[in-house]
Design a protein around this ligand. Structure first.
Ligand code: UTP
Length: 503
């Protein structure tokens, strides 16, 4: 079925008097301090920004998160999740699980056209400091392909192998700040080989940045409110409010494969994960998660746990140190399921969360330096210390809203760190472009070596080459095995820099 792209972004607006009255009622009328001095177009844009804020809900947010700090969220019983472990056993009971059968049922779902890919790409990427949407960042170890192109390759690879003629739609959540640049980048790059009608963009919501202590919303300029995207958790609302879930329902799509834009290794459409999540007919889980095993208790990732019997992510900073350090008799960590922000979400779950029954996601408070316009001094200020509170919602907070029985609520599946996790967060150091490139090489080298290809090694054991292997050539280690000696080489030369079939 052909799908029309969603209409371009348009914001609702508000008339001056109702805007003034609503702002005055909550002590935020300073936002219109310069209104009368602005040209008409800027007046309109400013009123549209006011209209985009949930003014009625604001006082509660300011009280709960800006003037006061919410108490650490974790309370109640915390247990490890019963995961589908890489060993082929369930982590709690040790019972074996059937990998091949789960993979086959995932393949059947893709072949029946019931699966969409979803990438959240609305973040500001402030730690990386790249000028432009993060998805445009050149990340291929050899090709320097942008992150968006690398994710598109995974979708094309799944479509080519399992689609049976069906295409896999790709939903991309932008933010009002990067929507236009993102859509233009896709158009300029021929949608990275996907059909334009299969790529659907929608913007997430925004929240105002507020002055620390007072809760006054900051102005970014005389005609502009300081707004920030409402976090990746905003996707739960935006998927529905944008009409995307309706479009998915019309197209017969049941499962949404959620990934973040900054991890080019992620197998965006993973038949095995899909099969485990969707289970037997009519008994799909609501929202499921992949994780990597933590070996160092100090690694700063959220932990997938059972909190009061429900799957949840406990943030690193909220989990007691003693709990994080607890070990099993074999030395492994008891709480080892490090969340890596890879989920499958049932479309019906998103619909349920938006059915008006009052389910809401908690907010997370971050103290930040936010540039602002000083109203009294009529000047722009770049603060040198934290001056503002930004609020965000996190997608993993939807997990405890899933049904409580393990099968219909949420499954968790372990994946290998080198196979699927190399996010680009920082400009240097951990989780940087350099570590991402190194892991791309490491993964290709590992798969090739296991298939009999000779890999040159440095004294420290790391590969002495740079490799980029496209998922369109090989989706996993098993496929590499069947290609070594034909499409893929039997040996790699020392110091080689090779693009292994990345188009
Ligand atoms: P991060 O939490 O790493 O944030 O986002 P970021 O914006 O990319 O980077 P920093 O923190 O400013 O350095 C993880 C994923 O969630 C998306 C990002 O685009 C990324 O794919 N995200 C984040 C959104 O889509 N919207 C948001 O409001 C926040």
């Amino acid at each position: 079925m052909q799908n029309e792209p969603l209409p371009p972004l348009s914001l609702p607006t508000m008339a001056l008097q109702p805007a003034l009255a609503a702002l005055a009622a909550i002590g935020q009328e300073h936002l219109l301090s310069f209104y009368s001095e602005l040209p008409a177009a800027q007046q309109q844009a400013l009123l549209a920004q006011v209209a985009s804020i949930d003014l009625a809900g604001l006082p509660k947010l300011i009280d709960g998160y800006v003037k006061n700090k919410p108490a650490a969220a974790v309370s109640g019983s915390i247990d490890p999740v019963d995961a589908y472990a890489l060993s082929g056993k369930r982590s709690a009971s040790g019972a074996a699980w059937d990998r091949a059968a789960a993979r086959q049922s995932g393949i059947a779902l893709i072949g029946a056209g019931k699966v969409a890919a979803f990438t959240v790409a609305g973040g500001q990427g402030s730690r990386l400091g790249y000028d432009g949407p993060k998805g445009c960042y050149p990340a291929g170890a050899v090709t320097r392909k942008p992150l968006f192109a690398m994710l598109a390759d995974w979708i094309l690879a799944a479509q080519e192998r399992f689609g049976k003629g069906n295409t896999i739609p790709w939903l991309i959540m932008t933010s009002p700040g990067n929507h236009r640049q993102t859509t233009e980048f896709f158009a300029a790059n021929q949608h990275f080989g996907l059909r334009p009608q299969d790529v659907m963009f929608f913007p997430q919501g925004q929240l105002p940045s507020m002055e620390m202590g007072t809760g006054k919303i900051l102005l970014a300029g005389p005609s502009e409110i300081a707004l920030n995207p409402d976090g990746h958790g905003g996707s739960i609302k935006a998927l529905y409010a944008s009409g995307t879930t309706k479009m998915l329902a019309d197209r017969g799509i049941e499962q949404i494969c959620y990934v973040q834009v900054d991890n080019p290794l992620v197998r965006v459409i993973d038949p095995l994960f899909l099969g485990l999540h969707a289970g037997a007919r009519d008994s799909s889980a609501d929202m499921s998660s992949k994780f990597v095993a933590k070996t160092d208790p100090a690694e700063k990732v959220g932990l997938l746990c059972r909190v009061d019997g429900k799957t949840a992510v406990v943030e690193y900073s909220d989990a007691p140190v003693e709990m994080q350090a607890r070990r099993n008799p074999d030395g492994s960590l008891v709480f080892s399921a490090g969340s890596i922000a890879i989920h499958v979400i049932a479309r019906k779950f998103i619909e349920r969360l938006n059915d008006g029954s009052g389910v809401s996601m908690p907010y997370h408070r971050a103290e930040k330096k936010v540039a602002f316009y000083d109203i009294a001094r009529r000047t722009a200020v770049t603060p040198d210390k934290n001056n503002a509170i930004k609020l965000e919602t996190f997608v993993f907070d939807a997990l405890p809203l899933a049904a409580s029985t393990a099968a219909s609520g949420s499954i968790t599946m372990e994946t290998d760190r080198v196979d699927e996790f190399a996010p680009i967060k920082n400009a240097d150091g951990n989780d940087s472009p350099a570590t991402c490139s190194a892991i791309q090489t490491l993964r290709a080298a590992r798969w090739l070596e296991a298939a009999g290809c000779a890999i040159p090694r440095k004294a420290d054991g790391s590969p002495d080459c740079v490799l980029e292997l496209s998922p369109r050539i090989a989706f996993d280690g098993d496929e590499v095995r069947s290609l070594v000696g034909t499409t893929l080489p039997r040996a790699i030369e020392r110091g080689a820099v090779i693009n292994l079939g990345s188009k």
